[in-house]
Design a protein around this ligand. Structure first.
Ligand code: ARG
Length: 487
């Protein structure tokens, strides 16, 4: 049975059903669909379209549907083309005739937009919680890293030594911007489309402000056409997730490089590595590689949705059903990547000797020599040329740079001391720089920032302990019907 049996005589052709049905993926919206229906029912009762008794019957049926979804006893019927159809069909079975009043004044167009905003709101907050958990691991590893240092690179050529803590926190700060972006998207999407109907509102005295408030939205839609056709929030969410994925892929790429024999900067914990089916000696960084590799599909999801939206006339078009799979997949994949990378980084072992010997290569302090000359009154460009000449000399004549520096009339022993292992990194003293004093301050600033972000997430309904939230149910496949909408 279809929802439009009055208008179209014949049932749906088999291949049409196969092509158009969305229940296979939109069932993850079940909890949000129930929340939306509860608000709608209360709204209908508030304006007198439903009696209090009818409202109670419908709410009880919705509770029953929720119980069936949670227990797994909810059974799909042949006509259940999407989650909205399935829930309405079951409510009607349970509530009898009054079930036929559930959809009064509502269309699946405002319904699906409402559901997806609710799902997006709680899912993006849940992703942000996972990001903070990963940041806490980076912070912890940065604190433990103490004085350890490694080469900082530009062009993947050794440039200047940096503290390992500084390098780890660089990724941490990028993730802070991801948290910011996710929360900004949540704030912007927090507008209710419910009451827009199919496209134009209703002749019935609905109260969109009331249902918006019931669902914890900050406001209701301003324009019904916009309300049912706007998927900006999905595009924004996909961008936020793609950029977050790109940050994870950059971390992954460094783990791949650093764990190679060529670098030898770290050893991946056995539980976070994989072996080879053929080569007995292999230990492979597959988690890091997939953190890098999955990013391709995240970017693809964003691109795909933008193309879907481009050129769509107002208002609802079935094309919009294509918003869900990329969004659900992106949230799921990013969540998995965040958790796996967190474990990888929590258990990775640093090889500080390898890092330090790479960082102590002769040229690492070259700019410090030039800056010493600057302090003694030489213009920088001349100092740069002088030191550059010594480096070339040292390489061409195979004489240690320190020897040449010590013998040079403008430099001498004090300058040569700058080339001692471990000295250069201590010379990065400016705020936000890579040396110990600046990094100690940065660690405090980062700790404070995580505290602030945790509080912001709590305001958005995240559990107080971010670490515990890893278990708190990230949207995955299946008919999830977590109670509450996490407004
Ligand atoms: N499954 C549909 C979607 O996800 C629900 C809305 C259907 N509306 C319609 N007019 N056919 O977009």
């Amino acid at each position: 049975m279809t929802l439009w049996q009055g208008r179209l005589g014949e049932g749906m052709a088999e291949e049409v059903a196969e092509f158009t049905v969305s229940i296979g993926f939109d069932r993850v919206l079940a909890a949000d669909d129930l929340a939306g229906s509860r608000a709608h029912v209360k709204g209908l009762a508030k304006v007198g379209i439903l009696s209090d008794e009818e409202m109670a019957t419908l709410l009880a049926a919705l509770d029953q549907v929720e119980a069936e979804l949670v227990s797994g006893s909810f059974e799909l019927a042949p006509g259940d083309e999407d989650v909205h159809t399935a829930v309405e069909r079951r409510v009607t079975e349970l509530a009898g005739e009054v079930g036929e009043k559930l959809h009064t004044g509502r269309s699946r167009n405002d319904q699906v937009a409402t559901d997806l905003r609710l799902w997006c709101r709680r899912s993006l907050v849940a992703v942000a919680v996972e990001v903070v958990v990963l940041q806490e691991t980076l912070l912890q590893r940065a604190r433990e890293a103490g004085e350890a240092y490694l080469p900082g690179y530009t062009h993947l050529q050794r440039a200047q030594p940096v503290l390992l803590a500084h390098h780890l926190l660089a990724h941490g700060w990028a993730l802070s911007r991801d948290v910011d972006r996710l929360l900004a998207t949540v704030e912007r999407l927090n507008v209710s489309p419910l009451g827009a109907g199919a496209l134009a509102g209703s002749s019935l005295p609905l109260d969109p402000d009331f249902v918006a408030e019931e669902l914890g939205f900050l406001a209701r839609f301003e324009n019904s056409l916009d309300a049912v056709s706007d998927r900006d929030f999905v595009a924004e969410a996909l961008f936020d997730l793609a950029l977050l994925g790109i940050h994870l892929s950059r971390i992954g790429e460094e783990v791949v490089l650093w764990s190679s024999e060529e670098f030898g900067f770290c050893v991946i914990g056995d539980a976070y590595a994989t072996g080879s089916s053929m080569l007995p000696q292999k230990k492979n960084p597959d988690v890091a590689e997939l953190a890098r590799g999955k990013t391709g599909r995240l970017v693809g999801h964003l691109t795909g949705l933008l193309v879907t939206l481009k050129g769509l006339p107002l208002a609802y078009n079935r094309d919009l059903q294509e918003d869900k799979e990329p969004l659900i997949d992106a949230v799921g994949q990013v969540t998995l990547a965040l958790r796996a990378l967190r474990g990888l980084l929590a258990t990775i072992q640093w090889n500080q000797e390898r890092m330090q010997s790479a960082a102590d290569s002769a040229g690492a302090a070259a700019v410090d020599l030039a800056e010493l000359l600057v302090e003694r009154g030489t213009p920088f460009r001349r100092a740069h040329a002088l030191v550059g000449g010594l480096v070339r000399d040292s390489l061409e004549r195979h004489v240690p740079l320190a020897e040449l520096v010590a013998a040079h009339p403008d430099l001498g022993d004090e300058a040569a001391a700058l080339l001692e292992p471990g000295v250069a990194v201590t010379r990065r003293t400016t705020p936000g720089g890579a040396g110990p004093a600046a990094v100690a301050e940065q660690l405090e600033r980062f700790t404070r920032r995580l505290g602030v972000d945790r509080s912001r997430l709590e305001l958005h309904g995240a559990p107080g302990q971010a670490a515990g939230a890893a278990e708190a149910g990230t949207p995955g496949p299946g008919p999830t019907a977590e109670p509450g909408t996490g407004s």
